[in-house]
Design a protein around this ligand. Structure first.
Ligand SMILES: *[C@@H]1O[C@H](CO)[C@@H](O)[C@H](O)[C@H]1NC(C)=O
Length: 364
């Protein structure tokens, strides 16, 4: 009796899973923009919870300050507030935290950024969670130990930033605001090297920003901004449609005859996102690009990064800016733990510097 009941429950469970897979999920997916949005941005996943972003040290960040950037959004038609951290190089700890003068810590750090000769990384995080997510903190520590400054922020809808529904145009506007805030800080400083760094979905956001920089600036009625010195793409995909097709989630449903129609079409014809990194970056051939990817990446398969690399290589031809591709033996979120990472970054930075020196010589 009990066994029969168990078997029956089992059978009906299997049947309901099947109905879910075959009918409900595709329909929900096709007709619910909000489900699509959740898959792309995953900003409802918010771990660790209950952090005090105002105090970076309480979030396990040493040598950081919290900043806020506020502006009028032209995308969402209202005020937006972004949570930002500025994290300083290890070499400055003693000077900025131990020696005291009449300035506040915030003023000291701001002054330091203004006159810095160090590399400054502007970090665009990927989907889900916020700027204090553990693997992101690990990467900031790598940057700090290389004596880089880090600027990291949350897009709208993430962390302590305004809780406005994210879209591609919205999060790119946020990245632009932080970039222009940084460029303003650095006005008159021609010694600092700014690198734009994206991880996962953040690579597509950073790519959109550099590719449309002039247009984005003129849309907000401000002067054009210079490109960063380099763009680093950590675990990038070539474009969102290919990524959705290859995402582990797709394996559940890709055998369905109407898979393409209900799963891929909404992404390829959506007005909310393109995230076509391959197309964006084909137009910025002057910008040095470093691609980092792991063979064991289960979220963004390795071959999508290869496709991106090949596409960029074609677009650059012989005389384009440096384009490098480094492969790691890791997963999607742990390139930050690869022992060889600092060397890869240093080598790439040296390539850019020596190329710049040659160009300056040629110009003289
Ligand atoms: C996507 O691309 C189309 C065609 O280039 C463009 O009209 C649209 O504004 C883009 N959407 C986003 C969100 O960037």
């Amino acid at each position: 009796m009990v066994i029969a009941a168990l078997l029956l429950t089992g059978a009906s469970l299997t049947a309901s899973v099947l109905v879910l897979q075959v009918a409900v999920i595709p329909l929900v997916f096709k007709y619910s923009k909000s489900v699509q949005r959740k898959i792309v941005f995953s900003n409802c996943i918010n771990y660790p919870k209950n952090l005090d972003f105002e105090s970076p040290s309480s979030c396990n960040v040493l040598g950081g300050r919290n900043c806020k950037i506020q502006f009028q959004s032209t995308v969402d038609d209202g005020p937006i507030k972004l949570g930002v951290w500025h994290i300083i190089p290890c070499s400055l700890f003693r000077e900025l935290f131990v020696i005291h003068d009449c300035l506040t810590l915030e003023q000291r750090l701001q002054n330091e950024l203004k006159k810095s000769h160090n590399t400054i990384v502007l970090y665009c995080h990927g989907n889900s969670n916020h700027r204090a997510s553990p693997h992101r903190l690990t990467l900031y520590k790598v940057f700090q130990s290389m004596n880089f400054h880090v600027i990291t922020f949350d897009y709208r809808g993430y962390g302590d930033s305004s809780s406005v529904r994210p879209t591609e145009k919205g999060v790119v506007e946020d990245a632009l605001q932080v970039y222009s805030w940084l460029m303003e800080c650095l006005q008159g400083n021609d010694k600092a090297t700014v690198i734009l760094w994206g991880h996962s979905l953040g690579t597509a956001i950073a790519a959109n920003l550099v590719s449309n920089l002039d247009e984005l600036c003129s849309n907000r009625g401000s002067a054009c901004l210079p490109l960063p010195k380099a763009l680093v793409l950590e675990a990038p995909f070539n474009n969102l449609v290919n990524e959705i097709e290859r995402h582990p989630f797709s394996k559940l449903v890709s055998w369905l005859p109407y898979y393409k129609d209900s799963f891929l079409k909404p992404f390829s014809s959506s007005s909310e996102y393109n995230f076509t990194t391959d197309q964006y970056l084909s137009t910025v051939t002057r910008l040095p690009v470093l691609i980092l990817h792991s063979k064991g990446d289960k979220i963004v398969p390795y071959d999508l990064a290869v496709k991106l690399y090949e596409c960029l290589k074609r677009s650059r031809g012989e005389n384009g800016a440096p384009l490098e591709f480094h492969v790691f033996d890791k997963g999607h979120n742990d390139i930050c733990e690869a022992p060889g990472l600092p060397q890869v970054i240093t080598k790439f930075m040296n390539t850019i510097k020596s190329r710049e020196a040659v160009e300056n010589n040629n110009a003289m």
